[in-house]
Design a protein around this ligand. Structure first.
Ligand SMILES: Nc1nc2c(ncn2[C@@H]2O[C@H](COP(=O)(O)OP(=O)(O)O)[C@@H](O)[C@H]2O)c(=O)[nH]1
Ligand SMILES: [Mg+2]
Length: 359
């Protein structure tokens, strides 16, 4: 699962990418640049705590991918090209600049979060609109030649999309029936992807980080469907990324930060992608496995191995905290905390699972 990082030039996209993926790519100076792809570990205190008790040989966290596509250009045609890699992304993270830095001027000359949010949203909307209009034209032509109920259904849903887009509404705010969803999948519309707005704050706003959404009047944005707003202090986080845990904790305290912005951001994108983790825990390995929210125990088994899914019999399931308190599977079982679940059990975030399978 991949999240595409977007935004205007010089807002901190590449800095964010480096913080999230802990890779070193050069911060570029505006010019269109190639896309970088990197992987971030999803921080998970549950895995860390279980590992303290189980002392496994190996600890494995869930991961998600981020792509830094480079800044959006003023030139619309160039934009269309740089937006192409985004079609493949499962969600978008729009970095919005709130920090002042005279050495790195904002292309608009001033700092205005809402203005930037609207201008990038419009860019995405226009891109989807162009695609919708093209397809509508094509379908209408075909329908003139021959009646086709399937095409008529597609035309109806596309017209609804066009109407929304013309009213500057991103498609993620529309509700579609499952059969409509299916028709739309192939288009990979940008405004249908879940959106994370990352507010890149100045250092001096760190102590009031919990209040910035109100401060910049972004509550309405945050309450939209499949949308999240996460503030973070890019410069501080970049410094934190260079430190070991103890030093980082010290520095966060000095800035008045209660938790790591990096952790919050990654967890927010994980949630926005509709992902949860189930855990496996034993002597060889404590591990978080990524699954889509709402899938069954048998489907979840496929995350580990297709054979386990195919030969699924039952699943021993215990909540991670119950397991932690009990100290071992045997003790959790004695306390009747371990449930035997069948293939249709819907897995919950934080379930520790032991799959029973044949073959
Ligand atoms: N003061 C401040 N400067 C930043 C911050 N984030 C990025 N910068 C600086 O802004 C410039 C552009 O950053 P970069 O991440 O390359 O932006 P991009 O063009 O959006 O990829 C660099 O010189 C960064 O050091 C921040 O949070 N605070
Ligand atoms: Mg960049």
């Amino acid at each position: 699962m991949q999240t595409g990082i977007i935004g205007l030039p010089q807002v901190g996209k590449t800095s964010l990418f480096r913080i999230l993926t802990r890779t070193r790519v050069e911060a570029s100076r505006g010019a269109p640049n190639q896309a970088h792809v990197g992987i971030a570990k999803v921080p998970d205190a549950r895995v860390a705590k279980l590992a303290e008790v189980f002392k496994p040989k190996k600890i494995t966290y869930a991961t998600i991918e981020y792509v830094d596509i480079g800044g959006l250009q003023k030139d619309r045609e160039k934009n269309s090209a740089s937006l192409v890699p985004l079609r493949e992304a499962d969600a978008l993270a729009h970095v919005v600049r709130l920090f002042e830095n005279p050495a790195v001027p904002h292309e608009a000359g001033t700092i205005d979060a809402l203005r930037d949010i609207v201008s990038v949203d419009i860019e995405l909307i226009l891109n989807d609109l162009e695609q919708t209009a093209k397809r509508i034209e094509r379908v209408e032509k075909d329908l003139k030649k021959k009646k086709d109920p399937q095409l008529e259904a597609e035309l109806a849903v596309l017209n609804r999309c066009r109407q929304a887009l013309e009213a500057e509404t991103p498609l993620r705010e529309l509700e579609f029936k499952p059969e409509e969803e299916k028709m739309l999948t192939g288009f990979m519309f940008l405004t249908r992807k879940p959106m994370l707005y990352v507010l890149n704050l100045s250092d001096d706003e760190a102590p009031e980080i919990d209040r910035v959404v109100e401060k910049y009047h972004l509550e309405k944005l945050a309450s939209k469907p499949q949308t999240a707003v996460v503030p973070f202090c890019g410069k501080i986080e970049a410094e934190l990324a260079e430190l070991d845990d103890a030093e980082a904790a010290e520095m966060m305290k000095a800035y008045g930060l209660a938790e790591s912005g990096r952790d919050r951001l990654i967890q927010a994108s994980y949630r926005l992608l509709g992902l949860i983790s189930f855990l496996t825990c034993g002597e060889p390995e404590c591990r978080a496995w990524t699954i889509e929210r709402g899938i069954t125990a048998q489907e979840a088994a496929g995350a580990i191995h297709s054979d386990i899914q195919k030969n699924f019999i039952k699943a021993d399931v215990v909540n991670w905290e119950d397991l932690l308190k009990a100290g071992s599977f045997a003790a959790a079982r004695e306390k009747a905390r371990v449930r035997l679940e069948g293939k249709d059990y819907v897995v919950e975030d934080g379930d520790v699972i032991l799959f029973r399978h044949s073959g």
